[in-house]
Design a binder for this molecule. Structure first.
Ligand SMILES: Nc1ncnc2c1ncn2[C@@H]1O[C@H](COP(=O)(O)OP(=O)(O)OP(=O)(O)O)[C@@H](O)[C@H]1O
Ligand SMILES: [Mg+2]
Length: 430
């Protein structure tokens, strides 16, 4: 049916619309089909009908232009029904005009430049951009352009096959948002687990504060409450309140829903920045610090402040673990190195301290488990959640050579074309 109509147009030279004419022109190119001795191949008319049906029914937008690449640009000689449905333009509205009528402010000029270079070089092009429907609505587009050639190899037309991927992009965006939500929810679940511990943990200083306050009051009531006698319970109250405050402060930093401020950083720079903060404690406990930094580590994408917190927690734990060992043995070693798994940078903090029992190691990342008189037992819990949010995992092993522990984590390296030095400027900010 369609083939017959098509043929009429060809014979009369009076197509009902130019789209049909251009299809006919395309098919008029000399056939590259091999001879068909047993007569199974479709005739030229049948082929034409088949192509027409394909063009009618595919979901991809198909647009054919002539080859005038310079302004005002190539002229559209054919668009299929999917194009008309999805852009809102009828064939009559676009035939003879340049595909530029689909472009707008969000159309990526660099893609257009790439397209031009590919076409000038006679190569096919694949890209993504934003185009605009007739009603002005933008849509995301995946698009592929190839040249049609005649028997002599000369380019006669360009065929652009386009797919509207707006819905897919939107889905991907929703998934991304969902993942961010999920990460936050995971942290909230963790907070739920923390909450019961927290109630217990805050109860201790509160009970102590209560007891010291009552003790002080009693002394006043008994008439034994001179300044000296009152000073002692007041100091104890202040110390307990201080402890309660610290617990709350550290938990707050964990659940605060701030946007991660990630940038491209070197773990070495980060280590060097954070160590002065640990210096006082190192000096007080007579601990030597050894650095063994990879001379040219790849950069990582990290929230510096958070990772510095982790390093500081680990160094402090190492220092504290050595308070009971002979001073000459007190060394904390911080190293950065390429991770054995590849594609990651590893940071290790090694001490020569008292080490840990199996039992203590099993409870290592549980909140509020502390062996120290003033310890909150939160350092490692917080550090683990930070490292995990950076795509890593904090682990601990007993040193096999010598006493003490080594804590380590690795972060994904940023691949760059500057070799092992990583990228030099912050890539992702905000
Ligand atoms: N390097 C280490 N060597 C031996 N034991 C360690 C080491 N690091 C941590 N631990 C043990 O794990 C426990 C938990 O450590 P974590 O850092 O979470 O809490 P903390 O140091 O006790 O208190 P804070 O919250 O102030 O850091 C410590 O109390 C200690 O018993
Ligand atoms: Mg600690």
């Amino acid at each position: 049916m369609m083939a017959v109509e098509q043929e009429d147009h060809l014979q009369t030279g009076q197509p009902p619309n130019a789209a049909d004419m251009s299809l006919a022109q395309i098919d008029a190119a000399p056939s590259k089909h091999p001879p068909d001795p047993i007569g199974l191949a479709p005739s030229a008319h049948e082929r034409l009908a088949l192509i027409e049906t394909v063009m009618e029914q595919v979901d991809e937008m198909v647009l054919v232009t002539d080859t005038l690449l310079d302004p005002p640009g190539p002229r559209i000689v054919y668009v299929n029904p999917a194009f008309q449905r999805q852009t809102g333009y009828t064939a009559d509205e676009v035939l003879g005009r340049s595909p530029r009528l689909l472009q707008g402010p969000r159309t990526d000029q660099r893609q257009l430049d790439r397209l031009r270079r590919a076409l000038d070089a006679g190569e096919p092009f694949t890209g993504e951009t934003v185009n605009y429907r007739k009603n002005g609505e933008p849509y995301d587009l995946e698009w592929h352009v190839t040249a049609l050639r005649d028997a002599a190899g000369g380019i006669t037309h360009y065929v652009s096959i386009q797919r509207d991927v707006t819905a897919r992009r939107r889905r991907e965006e929703i998934e991304r948002l969902h993942e961010a939500e999920l990460a936050h929810a995971t942290r909230l679940t963790m907070l739920g687990e923390l909450a019961s511990g927290l109630a217990h943990e805050l109860n201790q200083p509160l009970t102590a504060i209560h007891a010291f306050a009552r003790g002080g009051l009693m002394r006043l009531e008994n008439g034994t409450g001179d300044i000296k006698n009152i000073e002692e319970p007041l100091r104890a109250i202040a110390a307990q309140a201080d402890r309660a405050g610290k617990i709350i402060l550290r938990l707050r930093s964990m659940v605060e829903r701030r946007l991660p401020r990630r940038s491209t950083v070197s773990l070495n720079d980060l280590v060097e920045e954070v160590l002065p903060l640990a210096a006082a404690e190192l000096a007080r406990l007579n601990v030597r610090l050894e650095l063994d930094l990879d001379p040219a580590p790849p950069h990582v994408l990290a929230d510096s402040i958070q990772i510095e917190q982790v390093v500081l927690n680990l160094v402090r734990n190492g220092v504290e673990a050595m308070s009971g060992v002979e001073p000459s043995r007190r060394t904390v070693k911080v190293s950065t190195l390429p991770s054995p798994q590849g594609g990651r940078v590893e940071l290790r903090v090694r001490d020569a301290g008292e080490g840990m029992s199996d039992e203590a190691m099993a409870a290592l990342f549980q909140p509020f488990k502390s062996s120290k008189p003033g310890g909150l037992g939160l350092g490692l819990t917080l550090s683990q959640s930070i490292v995990e949010s950076h795509g890593g995992r904090l682990t601990a092993t007993r040193n096999t050579q010598g006493p003490g522990m080594t804590f380590m984590f690795s972060l994904p390296a940023i691949v760059s074309n500057e070799g092992s030095r990583g990228v030099s400027s912050p890539g992702v900010g905000g």
